[in-house]
Design a binder for this molecule. Structure first.
Ligand code: FAD
Length: 656
């Protein structure tokens, strides 16, 4: 069946079973390929959901490896981490155990867009992640390179599609599985580039995945090519930090995880970062040597986000660019010069570095390099991250065209949950754009696709005031517990306590009302600008920048004192008060979007041939490729016109 439907010349390398004779051991519920940031979250999530899971990866000692920057979080990315944590994912907790410099970015703006970020000790992160993964119940870890997929006949419910039922390793051994998740990062036909030299590698020191890339292409997946790069590493003791701008961490440190009140290391023991800048000499070296650079050229400048220094010089000539000198770990002798990603030949990289203030005597330990790799057009996956083409096959992480550990982790946790739910025949777990940054990330990928590495930003999110880092647990933990079973009872109880304490606290704050003159007597340091005759509630007052729960409780100890005992609760009450009035309008908009999301399109609709709905052939093709699941998703596909949406809407209403 499969060979016939694919056509002889397109027969995939994938092995097919389906005959009753095929040996069925070893057999897992979920097999995850790749132990990077998507793979670790996917494997742990599937296991938490109760699936017997196998994580297959090249090397156990590279599980949790940070391929590029020694940092996690930041603006938008920090939100993703809070959401991963709300689903009981790993990366936030591991960062709380492995950071060397914790700082909240974007503090000048409101707490809805604060970005928690930390410099991470690479070694410690890997150690802690490996400890966690190797001790997760129901999760087996095995070293091996997956070369191929085993495919079987489709389920009767979904004729016409083949189904994955296992994997083939490079040594020819097989593992069977009910669901398979691919999280192979930059490894699919990966090529490393320094200057004019290119050689096959997934990242420095690792083999690429070629067989798997061929299998996917032969199965009919649309494959594209992306680029990224990493800066050189510099010997710490060769840098003159004394003449540079020193940046210290926050005191106190704010943890990433909802389950932690603090991080493993005191602020005074954390490491500083330093800031320096490029100068015209750096530009000259880059521009004079473009002919020696096959990764970045005048015409192909590389990714817009996390750009190389060459592409910044080409895009923004005659400007200086920031270079952050970041520690790689507590006992590491290396410094990571963030902003200096470069693929010039090694000797020119060293020459460029030594032109920069503070780096005049710097010694380069490893050169920077570029990497080019295959990714799969993410419009070929559903919002549960299952592929349209092959049932029970899921993709997560950089393979879907994203960049960044946090984007990978966010997709990993969703793929792990859904691969597991698929095994037990339950409905998919989909996060909508109105519920989380994870929802925005996946909706953007599956409806818009991407032709450059996709990175999360707060500006991509419509409902920023609702989707805040502080309230990720109330948005996702309960759903994760009830619908997916991926959240521990302990975390669930903690989130429930917080939810009821917030509700109670808000209603108590609303109920305390005094005239403004009485408030002025109670807290003279705050200038209250309301009409004298109007009563002012404690909640209204809490919106003032200079008022916090401590101050209110000092004025009205009974009943407010008890809400200051938990620091997180006191802070969250303040944030709720800040956004309460504006959120009313946003909630109306959210309801409108949710109405469109509730209008489901039939899963197996053949957009190319369907006659009962009037659509142009261009729109038909776009819908056929992306297979949106709701009217809302269809309306976000570029080129799907408002008229087409009206026609689809009529069609849905008559068929539902
Ligand atoms: P990875 O972390 O790459 O993990 C892939 C895993 O799959 C590895 O463990 C690998 O061993 C395994 N694997 C692959 N193929 C197979 C197979 N066939 N069988 C078994 N196991 C397999 N991100 C940024 O945000 N900013 C940057 O500046 C940046 N620069 C980068 C520079 C370089 C050189 C590289 C390599 C990456 C860079 N990234 C950057 C990307 C960041 O590292 C990734 O986004 C993130 O690691 C993706 O996570 P992942 O889990 O999808 O893949």
């Amino acid at each position: 069946w499969v060979a016939a439907s694919l056509g002889k010349q397109r027969l995939p390398l994938a092995r097919f079973s389906g005959d009753s004779v095929a040996p069925r051991t070893p057999h897992f519920d979920v097999v995850v390929i790749g132990g990077g940031h998507a793979g670790t979250e996917a494997a742990a999530a599937a296991a938490r959901c109760g699936s017997r899971t196998l994580l297959l990866t090249h090397r156990v000692d590279t599980i949790g490896q940070m391929s590029c920057n020694p940092s996690f979080g930041g603006i938008g990315k920090g939100h993703l981490m809070r959401e991963v944590d709300a689903l009981d994912g790993l990366c936030s907790r591991i960062c709380d155990q492995s950071g060397v410099h914790y700082k909240v970015l974007n503090r000048r703006k409101g707490p809805a867009v604060w970005g928690l970020r930390a410099q991470i000790d690479r070694k410690l992160y890997k150690q802690n992640m490996q400890k966690e993964i190797l001790n997760t119940p129901l999760l087996t870890v095995q070293e091996g390179a997956v070369e191929d997929l085993i495919l079987t006949e489709p389920e009767p419910k979904h004729p016409g599609k083949c189904r994955v039922s296992g994997v083939v390793l490079v040594d020819g051994s097989t593992v069977y599985a009910e669901s398979v998740i691919l999280t192979t990062g930059t490894f699919l036909r990966g090529m490393i580039i320094i200057g004019l030299e290119m050689h096959p590698a997934g990242r420095l020191g690792d083999q690429p995945s070629v067989g798997l890339a061929q299998t996917l292409e032969k199965l009919g997946f649309v494959v594209g090519r992306l680029k990224t790069g990493t800066p050189p590493r510099i010997a710490k003791d060769t840098i003159n930090f004394s003449i540079l701008n020193k940046h210290t961490p926050d005191d106190p440190s704010r943890p990433f995880s909802f389950v932690n009140e603090t991080v493993w290391i005191k602020p005074e023991d954390q490491l500083p970062c330093y800031l320096t800048y490029t100068n015209p000499r750096v530009d000259e070296i880059i521009l004079e040597n473009l002919h020696l650079n096959s990764h970045v050229k005048e015409t192909t400048r590389g990714p817009r986000y996390c750009p190389s220094i060459e592409s910044k010089v080409l895009r923004f000539p005659n400007r200086v660019h920031q270079v952050w000198l970041e520690p790689e770990g507590m006992d590491s002798d290396l410094i990571y010069p963030q902003g200096l990603s470069v693929t010039l030949p090694a000797e020119l990289q060293e020459r460029m570095i030594t032109c920069i203030k503070g780096l005049e005597k710097a010694k380069m330990i490893h050169p920077g390099y570029g990497v080019q790799y295959d990714y799969l057009d993410p419009r070929q996956i559903t919002p549960s991250l299952e592929t349209h083409l092959v049932q029970r096959l899921f993709f997560a992480g950089q393979i879907n065209g994203t960049t960044g550990y946090e984007e990978a982790a966010a997709q990993g946790v969703i793929a792990g949950i859904n691969a597991s739910l698929r095994v037990s025949g339950k409905s998919p777990f989909v996060v909508s754009r109105t519920e989380g940054y994870i929802g925005v990330l996946i909706d953007d990928l599956t409806t818009l696709g991407t032709n450059e590495p996709y990175r999360m930003f707060t500006s991509r999110v419509e409902f920023r005031l609702s989707l805040r880092p502080d309230n990720a647990d109330s948005r996702l933990t309960f759903r994760g517990h009830k619908e997916a079973g991926c959240v521990s009872q302990e975390r669930y109880e903690r989130a429930s306590w917080m939810k009821s304490s917030l509700e109670e606290g808000i209603s108590v704050l609303k109920s305390i009302e005094f005239s403004s003159s009485k408030w002025k007597k109670l807290i003279p340091q705050v200038s209250i600008s309301v009409k004298k005759s109007l009563p002012v509630s404690a909640l209204d007052l809490l919106r003032y920048e200079e008022v916090d729960m401590e101050l209110l409780a000092s004025a009205v100890p009974e009943p407010l004192k008890k809400y200051t005992r938990c620091k997180e609760l006191a802070e969250r009450l303040k944030i709720e008060a800040t956004y309460e009035s504006v959120l009313y309008y946003q909630l109306q908009e959210i309801k409108e979007v949710q109405r469109d999301e509730a209008l489901q399109l039939p899963k197996d609709l053949d957009y190319l041939t369907i006659k009962d709905v009037s659509l142009s052939s261009e729109v038909r093709e776009k819908l056929h490729f992306s297979r949106p699941q709701t009217i809302g998703a269809a309306s976000r596909i570029p080129g799907v016109t408002p008229a087409a949406i009206v026609n689809l809407l009529r069609f849905v209403k008559t068929t539902q």
